[in-house]
Design a binder for this molecule. Structure first.
Ligand code: ATP
Length: 503
């Protein structure tokens, strides 16, 4: 809900995870900076993905292709012609909307209105009330459903001029049926290309128009033959990469869920044509398992199978996550056929084929893609981890239960007091553990307060050095999630932390 989402945003700032970009200049919309803890969490998520995809699969290898690519790339991939969202402006409020998102907002409002009418009628007619009959005969409010469904089906990829006019007409009708913007004065619906343009080269006449890449995938496709030959890869094999992507999003109102500069983690898996259905199922299951392995709650995930497919796909599904604002796409799994490799062959004139030694012939491989936004994954982890807990003594604590393997700081080391040689021992422990884990030292404030600070920052372990430590070289180790405290030998610390933190 809204409150939980606001809490996520303010907590992310207060505890050094995420800052608005260029904040001192009042910020840049939908662009964010990762602070001291955020940069660690982001790196750990990236590493967790890389380990599962590249390190643990001997047939998947990595790549780091450039953000700038030859402009023909985007012609071939279809982005120049079809990577756009329909936008509409309200002339009075001067507000700009993504037309499909606006229609969805109207739908939600309309549904709420219908629910209210149903509830009212139920109360009035009591036992005799037949909901299905009421819904089907109560025209005025409900008559829009069919129109909306048909428009939503058409919205997205390649809308014709007529489609765009229909969308506008529908928005005008909906605004009358359940006002959202408060004004009925709309512009035409236009297709808006989401790619950022820039220029390469010093002189005005020789400069080349470039795009900042809107996805990392194309860097993999254009390198297909280079990687396959130099890595001596045999089909099926995959190429994985993580890196920045840029999209000039029309609506950017959901914190790091939808950014204009973001990072993707993508893997393209090259397969024999005809085997795509089994690999599609395989990668759907494998990726869902990866998500569930983090223990953020199985009920927070679901698949959404696409009915309407992008121009390059023969099957597609999203893994959706329950964000504070509802279930939304976290990762896409796409069966891309040979669309991309064939398109690049055609535009470059170079062969992008595979010689299959078993079949003794060459063919253009099919592709299965898994594509996840690193920042979106960050938001999923962060928002599921943040909670207020009631404690036995009638107090509450704010705790960030980030899985230990992803936590920015693995352990905080405290001297109970700032004297009697305790800080020296605590620093010794810090100096020893820092070679294996990201740890920190803190001696400020009472220990209880230091525990709370680490709970809220997401640190899974706190280690406290007290006067007994001087005698017997033992310390107290406290677990963030259970708040359980145990007395252990300093020499055991490394193994205890490693058990939770190593995958
Ligand atoms: P959406 O429907 O939310 O715009 P999409 O279907 O366009 O997303 P893809 O092109 O399939 O997304 O990109 C793959 C993944 O990249 C998405 O699942 C998402 O996690 C991430 N992603 C896409 N756009 C953004 C963005 N603007 N900000 C952050 N992450 C993004």
């Amino acid at each position: 809900n809204d409150d939980q989402f606001k809490k996520v945003i303010s907590h992310a700032k207060e505890y050094g995870y995420i800052f608005q970009s260029s904040e001192i200049y009042d910020g840049l919309s939908a662009v964010y900076d990762y602070a001291q803890n955020g940069v660690e969490l982001k790196k750990n998520i990236r590493d967790y993905w890389w380990q599962a995809m590249v390190q643990l699969n001997d047939n998947i290898i990595g790549l780091d292709s450039a953000i700038f690519m030859h402009p023909t790339t985007w012609k071939a991939s279809g982005h120049v012609d079809a990577f756009s969202d329909p936008l509409i402006d309200n002339k009075d409020s001067k507000k700009r909307y993504r037309a499909d998102v606006l229609v969805e907002d109207y739908c939600a409002k309309l549904e709420a209105k219908i629910d209210k009418e149903v509830a009212k009628a139920e109360k009035r007619f009591g036992e005799a009330f037949n909901k299905a009959e009421f819904v089907s005969t109560n025209g005025r409010v409900l008559g829009y459903q069919e129109k909306i469904d048909s428009i939503l089906k058409r919205l997205g990829e390649s809308l014709t001029k007529e489609d765009l006019a229909d969308v506008k007409a529908l928005i005008e009708e909906l605004e009358i049926a359940c006002p959202l913007s408060g004004s009925r004065n709309w512009t035409e619906v236009k297709q808006f290309n989401l790619m950022f343009g820039t220029k390469l080269g010093a002189s005005a006449d020789s400069a080349m128009d470039l795009y900042l890449r809107p996805e990392t995938a194309q860097g993999i496709f254009v390198n297909f033959s280079n990687v396959q030959k130099t890595g001596r890869m045999k089909i099926p094999f995959g190429i994985a990469q993580t890196g920045k992507a840029f999209r000039n999003e029309i609506v950017a109102r959901q914190f790091i869920f939808r950014m204009r500069e973001f990072e993707q983690m993508e893997m393209q898996f090259f397969i024999k044509p005809g085997t795509q259905a089994e690999w599609y199922d395989y990668w759907k299951e494998t990726r869902l398992k990866w998500h569930k392995s983090l223990g953020l709650g199985e009920e927070n995930y679901r698949f959404h199978d696409h009915e309407k497919l992008a121009h390059y796909a023969d099957a597609a599904a999203d893994i959706e996550f329950k964000f504070p604002f509802g279930f939304k796409e976290l990762e896409g799994i796409h069966s891309r056929t040979d669309f991309d490799l064939k398109a690049h062959e055609e535009h470059s004139g170079k062969k992008l084929q595979y010689f299959d030694p078993e079949e003794n012939k060459s063919y253009t491989p099919y592709v299965l893609e898994t594509s996840i936004g690193l920042d979106r994954m960050f938001l999923a982890v962060f928002s599921a981890a943040l909670m207020d807990e009631e404690l036995d003594n009638n107090t509450t604590r704010t705790v960030l239960k980030i899985p230990a393997v992803l936590a920015p700081t693995k352990a905080a080391i405290f001297p109970l007091v700032k004297k009697d040689g305790l800080p020296e021992i605590a620093k010794e422990i810090f100096d020893d553990l820092k070679w294996d884990f990201n740890v920190m030292y803190d001696e400020k404030d009472a220990v209880g307060k230091r525990y709370r600070r680490q709970d809220a920052a997401g640190t899974p372990f706190c280690i406290t050095v007290d006067h007994d430590t001087i005698e017997d070289r033992t310390v107290t180790i406290r677990h963030r999630d259970t708040m359980e405290q145990k007395r252990v030998a300093i020499s055991e610390l490394r193994a205890i932390i490693a058990k939770e933190v190593d995958v």
